[in-house]
Design a protein around this ligand. Structure first.
Ligand code: ZN
Length: 680
């Protein structure tokens, strides 16, 4: 299962509230610089780590050790994202650091932007669209840059001369037809052969499916996450997994992760946490997926204030949805804000019982949904620099069913997004009237956080699959439909009187802000992220358009949502909020049915009919309207730094420092945490 809210259109749209009353008493420093820089379609932000200073020394140490483990796996992700990424990064950084020519030229500036984009994406493919980044400098000018850089530090590939290596790397960078997409899920494409992600060698989609069909044949109530931690390779007709573990593929980086985890183990907060870290180490040593599951079972039950994710986890980057990209998030609980998610969890069964889906598809007993609001202390791997704002793990269905899951809302991250987007002019441009703006200003951030809570701790955990229906039945439509289901659950309940009753929202008007923003984003503003001529591919974006367009179409007769044209601009006005809620409920029932019955054809038709295609005229209009606003479609974060303070060989404190330069952090990471060879 893929369960991760990525901050995309919805959130960024809702964060744009000039008068946001996002009370976080620890973030009182108004002069904290949230935005560091902006280039291409990206913006680099910083987040604060309130309350770190007040933690006891042992907890600070734990965070420090875990944060070192979090950055130690960086190169694993780079290599997963593309076979030549590490070599290309070496080449680009060498130029950036040693180029002796004029740095004030357009070429050098374009080159720098390209490098910054590559850093952001952890490789040469766009972090979101997965298309190859296009350099805005010529190959000839690139040759000149290389010529005036340190010749002794140029990357050399296995079995190739330095010249051949350069030729190949340039082809990878410049040839738009060669290894052009990280993940290709277009209908009709061989998703395995035509995706550049470094998960498969010498295989077709059919080979992969056949290999795992064999493994899945045995009856197993607690199946491991097949393929999660390996590359699948076919050589001389023989297919085998090359496992990512100590002594195996990526072993050099994994050993560093283990080194820091051992230190963390010594200062664990509880015996459960200590046991969990020990299991995780054992898993990294052996690559045994049974141990990974054992670790997750312990992790779900561990409620220590300091917590972390570290491993091969999310499978978005595998066209087959099996192999996990490496990531890490180190965090600690925001005790006060967590009260909100506790209320939701305590009422989980009520929500399940009252949901509009068919009784057969409901969970009779909702298993421990543990939800909390966290303060992020460190981001690593696939969560850096672009981070989710909420995570719900573990992904293994049987663990979720038997042991429950942990769901988090990353509030210092959303707070930083919010601060960064103040005064961008977005609301003024896309709101139909002052009333809409007021609603969104007043209730936007609040309902936004609540949406994440509901999506993560209830939405994904709700419902059940009928006996005998395979978890893979919906294939490549699983991810967008799963996100659709979770979003609909949140949207449907947002306007339920229960929200006010539980004290989660102040009044009945609040939900309107969420509906306005969601529909506007799903139909219109998220298109900002699509290149002209392209269709929507990203799962969360497909889900949002699917919901918004479906409700627009199905509410047409009653004018639930009305398209309004004014001065050549398009707006979507919600005329009947109550009816819109009913439509959300109706669609939720259908999507739950599709999941529960594994109805591939119906799922496919929903996604393809409502979630994929873009209205070119509306798209062009959106792009034009965004041009004059000061917002980038995507943001990411630099991490703070943690420095141990020693006295007589004893660590007596860990100091938190906020860095203010993106390039410096990237270069420092490349220098300190490069543990892998150029090719793996
Ligand atoms: Zn989700």
């Amino acid at each position: 299962m893929k369960i991760k809210v990525i901050l995309t259109g919805l959130m960024s749209v809702m964060m744009l509230n000039a008068n946001a009353q996002n009370k976080n008493e620890n973030n009182t420093e108004d002069d904290f610089k949230y935005i560091l820089e902006q280039f291409a379609d990206l913006r680099i932000l910083r987040y604060q780590v309130p309350e770190f200073e007040e933690l006891p020394l042992q907890d600070k140490k734990l965070i420090y050790y875990l944060s070192q483990a979090a950055v130690s796996g960086r190169d694993i992700l780079w290599d997963q994202n593309g076979k030549y990424n590490l070599a290309i990064r070496t080449l680009l950084e060498n130029i950036y650091e040693t180029y002796s020519g004029d740095r004030e030229t357009d070429e050098f500036r374009s080159f720098t932007t390209y490098l910054k984009r590559v850093w952001f994406s952890n490789g040469i493919y766009h972090h979101y669209s997965s298309d190859k980044l296009r350099p805005e400098f010529s190959e000839a000018s690139f040759d000149q840059l290389i010529g005036k850089s340190n010749q002794h530090k140029l990357p050399v590939l296995k079995g190739k001369s330095p010249e051949e290596s350069l030729l190949l790397l340039k082809k990878v960078i410049f040839d738009p037809a060669f290894l052009n997409k990280k993940v290709n899920q277009a209908e009709g494409a061989d998703m395995v052969q035509e995706s550049a992600v470094n998960f498969y060698q010498g295989l077709t989609e059919e080979d992969v499916a056949a290999y795992y069909a064999e493994a899945r044949k045995q009856e197993d109530e607690t199946p491991v996450s097949y393929g999660l931690n390996s590359r699948l390779v076919k050589e001389d007709g023989i297919v085998q997994e090359v496992v990512w573990k100590s002594g195996g593929l990526y072993g050099q980086a994994i050993d560093q992760i283990i080194f820091w985890l051992r230190k963390a183990e010594e200062v664990a907060q509880t015996s459960e946490q200590k046991e969990g870290i020990g299991k995780l180490i054992r898993y990294y040593e052996t690559g045994d997926l049974e141990i990974w599951d054992e670790y997750n079972v312990i992790w779900v039950a561990d409620h220590s204030r300091i917590d972390f994710v570290n491993g091969f986890i999310e499978v978005y980057s595998d066209p087959m949805g099996m192999r996990g990209t490496w990531e890490s998030v180190v965090n600690f609980k925001d005790l006060e804000a967590t009260r909100r998610t506790e209320i939701i969890s305590e009422n989980a069964q009520w929500f399940e019982d009252h949901s509009p889906v068919d009784e057969r598809f409901k969970k009779k007993q909702v298993k421990g949904v543990t939800a909390k609001v966290i303060t992020v202390a460190m981001l690593g791997g696939d969560c850096y620099p672009h981070t989710p704002i909420g995570i719900n793990l573990p992904n293994a269905d049987w663990i979720r069913k038997v042991h429950g899951s942990k769901s988090v809302t990353m509030e210092n991250i959303t707070y930083a997004y919010n601060q960064a987007n103040l005064g961008s002019g977005f609301l003024e441009e896309f709101s139909l009237n002052e009333e809409e703006m007021e609603l969104v200003r007043k209730y936007g951030p609040m309902t936004d956080n609540l949406h994440t809570d509901l999506h993560e701790c209830l939405g994904h955990g709700s419902g059940q699959v009928l006996e005998g229906v395979s978890a893979e039945a919906l294939k490549n439509y699983h991810a967008p439909l799963e996100e659709t289901r979770a979003d609909l659950f949140a949207l449907y309940y947002m306007m339920d009187p229960k929200m006010v009753e539980l004290g989660l929202l102040p009044d009945a008007d609040a939900a309107k802000a969420q509906y306005i923003s969601y529909i506007r984003n799903g139909i219109m503003t998220q298109l900002r992220r699509i290149e002209p001529g392209n269709t929507i591919e990203q799962a969360h974006m497909r889900n949002r358009q699917l919901i918004a367009r479906w409700c627009f179409e199905h509410g047409k007769a009653d004018k639930v949502i009305e398209e309004v044209k004014r001065d050549g601009k398009t707006y979507y006005r919600i005329n009947d909020f109550k009816k819109l809620q009913e439509l959300f409920g109706k669609l939720l029932a259908e999507v739950q049915r599709i999941k529960s019955e594994g109805d591939y054809e119906a799922g496919k038709s929903l996604v393809e009919n409502y979630g994929v295609n873009v209205d070119p005229a509306l798209h062009a209009e959106v792009m034009k309207r965004f041009e004059k606003l000061n917002i980038t479609p995507y943001s990411g974060f630099v991490n703070p730094e943690y420095h141990p303070v020693e006295l007589d060989g004893e660590v007596i404190d860990i100091q938190l420092e906020y860095v203010d330069d993106y390039a410096s952090q990237m270069l420092e990471y490349s220098e300190k945490y490069s543990f892998l060879p150029l090719e793996n």
